[in-house]
Design a binder for this molecule. Structure first.
Ligand code: GAR
Length: 212
């Protein structure tokens, strides 16, 4: 069975969704850059080894990244899964785990990379918003996309309601993406795109809905 290490910074609800999904993937460890991250207790309660490496204890990004990479490599993972990991990882780290590093982002990339995605989606007036699972490359929030979920933005939505509905979808698509990766059913091709051996279709989401 393939092994993964999950990196978190806080709540850990995506990590929890991955643990609950009973994937054909061993979660070898959960590592946080913050010892107070509530997700660490959830992981421990599930019997998963945890570690915390406080980024504030390091002089710069490169030193933190190097220490983090060494900690991850102790578990010899096939996949390194960012699940609400809120530190930007430098080029050396990304190269060290190239092709193994996966992230979930709360927008339909390439729209709204970075922070405050739900607020920015509301400000932009988009009708459709969502989340993306992608391979990580040196450019932040821009790697090859594995799966996305789209939801309709409703007139009464605020940042919290939108975040909650997107999070529900995050908890569906991250386990799916990792199941495909664990079973070797998706891979990066030579053009830096994600190939599916058996292409899958999905119905369109149109928002607001067309007249019946
Ligand atoms: C999730 O919405 C995740 O997509 C986002 O942080 C949240 C973490 O929640 N990640 C990013 O914004 C990364 N750029 P969780 O700790 O409950 O999984």
């Amino acid at each position: 069975m393939k092994r993964c290490v999950i990196l978190i910074s806080g709540r850990g609800s995506n990590m929890q969704a991955l643990l609950r999904a009973q994937l054909p993937l061993e979660v070898a460890a959960v590592v946080s850059n913050d010892a107070r991250a509530p997700g660490l207790a959830i992981a421990r309660a599930a019997g998963v080894p945890t570690a915390a490496i406080d980024h504030r204890a390091f002089a710069g990004r490169e030193a933190f990244d190097a220490r983090l990479a060494d900690e991850i490599e102790r578990f010899a993972p096939d996949l390194v899964v960012l699940a609400g990991f809120m530190r930007i990882l430098g080029q050396a780290f990304v190269q060290r785990f190239a092709g193994k590093l996966i992230n979930i982002h709360p927008s339909l990339l390439p729209a709204f990379p970075g922070l405050h995605t739900h607020r920015r989606a509301l400000e932009a007036g988009v009708r459709v918003h969502g989340c993306t699972v992608h391979f990580v490359t040196a450019e932040v929030d821009h790697g090859p996309i594995i799966i996305q979920a789209a939801i309709a933005v409703l007139p009464q939505d605020d940042e919290a309601s939108l975040a909650a509905r997107v999070l529900e979808q995050e908890h569906r698509i991250y386990p799916q993406a990792l199941a495909w990766l664990a079973r070797g059913q998706v891979r990066l091709n030579a053009h830096g795109r994600v190939d599916f051996p058996h292409p899958r279709n999905a119905p369109a989401l149109i928002a607001p809905a067309l007249d019946a």
